[in-house]
Design a binder for this molecule. Structure first.
Ligand code: ADP
Length: 180
């Protein structure tokens, strides 16, 4: 079956790790947006306040369409802005309790303000909301907090095959905001 699946979520939620295992298990083409944007020059330049390269979403969207135009099979596109692109059959937003993400963001060497920004985004479910605004019922939202990578891969495989549905809006980490 020809399908394009976007996998999104807050940085360190597990997109890359889970997508790599999933893609090799089901024989899908994997596009990692972080690599794809640099290979194809799809950035707008460095944000001087935040210190990272800003992705040109319009150009990324067009480049993804071109890349997948003649592709036959299942394609997985992973990255924290994937949900802002178009033409996916399903958009899977991975979620995890901010408590878990704090350690991972620290391990990635992020500064405190960037850590806080990402944890708040996760607690508020920003990726899921943005995805739902754009793609409504095509969005699936999965809490991987207590899943191993293999568990998560099985759930995603079931979603892709259409056996299960994890509707947007059922995950709530707002408690974290109140206690932090
Ligand atoms: P992302 O691509 O969303 O930024 P990564 O896939 O790079 O996230 O994962 C960030 C870190 O979290 C990695 O060290 C990875 O091994 C770990 N990790 C990801 N998913 C899980 C999981 N389900 N259980 C335990 N550790 C995980």
């Amino acid at each position: 079956m020809n399908q394009t699946i976007f996998i999104s979520g807050t940085p360190t939620v597990g997109k890359t790790t889970i997508s790599e295992v999933l893609a090799s298990k089901i024989g899908a083409k994997l596009i990692k947006i972080n690599d794809f944007v640099f290979e194809n020059g799809l950035t707008l330049g460095k944000d001087s306040d935040k210190g990272y390269e800003v992705i040109d979403i319009e150009k990324l969207d067009a480049a993804l369409q071109e890349e997948l135009e003649d592709f036959d099979g299942t394609a997985i596109v992973e990255g924290h802005v994937s949900h802002l692109c178009s033409n996916a059959d399903k958009i899977i937003v991975l979620r995890a309790n901010p408590e878990i993400l704090r350690e991972r963001l620290e391990a990635r060497g992020y500064g405190e303000s960037k850590i806080r920004e990402n944890l708040e985004a996760e607690a508020l479910g920003v990726c899921g909301c943005e995805a739902y605004d754009m793609h409504s019922n095509k969005v699936e939202e999965v809490d991987v907090s207590s899943m191993t990578v293999e568990d998560a891969v099985e759930v995603l495989e079931d979603i892709i095959e259409g056996n299960v549905h994890y509707p947007f809006g059922n995950i709530d980490f707002m408690e974290w905001i109140i206690s932090n």
